[in-house]
Design a protein. Structure first.
Length: 492
């Protein structure tokens, strides 16, 4: 594989109205593996964001809006082809920005990023709408049917944990439905979004259809986008507090909103589970991508009869995780996204210890005695012994950590799992079919896995309850959000 980092040492530019644009204000893109500077990024100012919005409106009512659905979808297939043609470049860029392993970037992030364009380009062709015959007093009747129109100009604000995958998860259905886009990647992970802009350009996507602006949130590109009167909708994945700020900023314009926010996901392990499968699946759900997946499990509730055995087995799994260089084939886990985030994760570890937690394993950061000590690595960590009102049990950490609590009966487990201000995901491990259905339906979450984790059918609804989000993504749910149905009544 070509391990050259695209644009290393260069300036990552914005992409507006079909042109790559620099700016006077730059910020550093830092490699979390060793703390080195990968490249510099041009920060978009309010004037450039305004230009992007105007170009998106022009494209919406111009070449993009005048294309047939088949023509649009053919271009989205070309985008998918373009990502795959530059597959190694995307992998290298994603690894440099995030520090994630070669295995994950090659098997999940980049393939899914390309696949999203094909999936939604094909799916939009079968999007249905309502049609009703309505009786009228004169007996002749009327025909009521709906047509799906684009929402308009959509701001796509993507997170840093799965940068390409989660950006394309929003871009693909929005573009398939005919919308135009201003995308803002996280300031922590700007590289694959910039590569995607190049692919869009080379695929022949008309100027203004896809715009890319780099920057931060407050008083930067994020705020300029969410408050801009020309933006019709905002879709965002990230922290709940940021979602709340975007909701407030968007209120005056009554913009359509779709949020996938934080989680404090629970896993319930019953004593009748397939023990080995439950341990292996739970280890994945806790430690994948350094715990930096919104769906990761941070709270575990294990039936008392197998509690000690389960804790010991999960400890063995955690201590077997290979932390190291992302390019090493046997590396399981890289660093967390930044030094700032590592400090946040470690502060939760310190809080747990102050609260009297038992440290089963981890609780700090590894020492390598090489340049990786300048990086943002954290040890896989397991705690036990805390009360349900402890900080680390209640608040999202977004790191490689879980707390394990014993329970005695089903009702107790359900009550503890649901005692959270979040409601994104849950896992249930049991071989009792009746219990599986009964417990899963009582989870206050948007998605509940039984005897699995992160098994996704992209046609199904995805999203959260409570502080975990607003709306649903996936399949027709995404297409419906990005479409504006208009009812047409024909008097017969």
């Amino acid at each position: 594989m070509n391990t050259t980092i695209p644009h290393a040492g260069s300036i990552l530019k914005n992409y507006v109205a079909g042109e790559f644009t620099a700016s006077d204000k730059l910020f550093e893109n830092i490699n979390p593996v060793d703390g080195s500077i990968i490249n510099h990024v041009a920060e978009a100012d309010s004037a450039l964001v305004d230009t992007a919005v105007k170009s998106a409106h022009a494209a919406l009512h111009g070449p993009w809006g005048k294309m047939t659905m088949d023509e649009r979808c053919a271009l989205l297939h070309k985008v998918a082809d373009g990502i795959e043609a530059r597959f190694d470049e995307f992998v290298a860029a994603e690894m440099a920005d995030t520090g994630k392993s070669l295995f994950q970037a090659r098997t999940i992030d980049i393939p899914r990023g390309a696949a999203n364009f094909r999936i939604f380009a094909d799916m939009v062709k079968s999007q249905s709408s309502d049609c009703f015959h309505t009786d009228t007093p004169d007996g002749k009747g009327a025909l009521n049917y709906a047509v799906n129109k684009p929402l308009g100009v959509v701001a796509v604000i993507a997170p840093w944990n799965l940068p390409l995958l989660l950006m394309t998860w929003k871009l693909a259905p929005a573009m398939a439905a005919g919308n135009t886009i201003i995308a803002k990647p996280s300031e922590e992970t700007p590289a694959t979004a910039t590569l995607l802009a190049e692919v869009m350009h080379d695929a022949g996507i008309p100027g203004g259809v896809f715009n890319l602006v780099h920057g931060f949130g407050y008083q930067s590109a994020g705020e300029f986008l969410t408050t801009h009167p020309g933006v019709d909708a905002v879709t965002f994945t990230g922290e709940s507090s940021t979602g709340s700020a975007i909701m407030k900023a968007s209120a005056d314009g009554v913009k359509a909103l779709s949020f996938e926010l934080g989680g404090k996901n629970a896993g319930i392990i019953f004593d009748d589970c397939d023990f080995d499968e439950a341990v292996a699946g739970t280890a994945r759900s806790v430690f994948t991508n350094g715990g930096q997946v919104c769906l990761c499990t941070e709270r575990l509730y294990v039936q008392r009869a197998i509690f000690d055995k389960f804790v010991a087995a999960l400890k063995d799994k955690a201590e077997a995780i290979k932390i190291g260089w992302p390019l090493d084939e046997d590396t399981d886990m890289g660093p967390v996204i930044s030094h700032k985030h590592r400090d946040k994760v470690l502060s939760y570890f310190d809080s747990a210890k102050v609260d009297g937690a038992t440290v089963v394993t981890g609780g700090g950061y590894p020492v390598f005695n090489d340049v990786r000590d300048n990086g943002a690595f954290v040890q896989p960590t397991i705690f036990t012994g805390l009360s349900e009102d402890s900080k680390i049990v209640k608040e999202e950490v977004f790191g490689p950590v879980c707390h394990i609590t014993p329970f005695d009966d089903e009702d107790e487990a359900i009550a503890m799992a649901n005692d959270s201000k979040y409601g994104l995901a849950a896992t249930v491990w049991t071989t009792n079919l009746q219990r599986a259905h009964r417990v899963a339906q009582q989870m206050d979450v948007g998605i509940c896995w039984v005897n699995a984790w992160y098994l996704r059918d992209l046609r199904t609804p995805f999203g959260g309850m409570k502080l975990s989000g607003v709306g649903r993504e996936g399949g027709v749910h995404s297409l419906n959000f990005y479409s504006e149905p208009t009812n047409i009544c024909i008097k017969l």
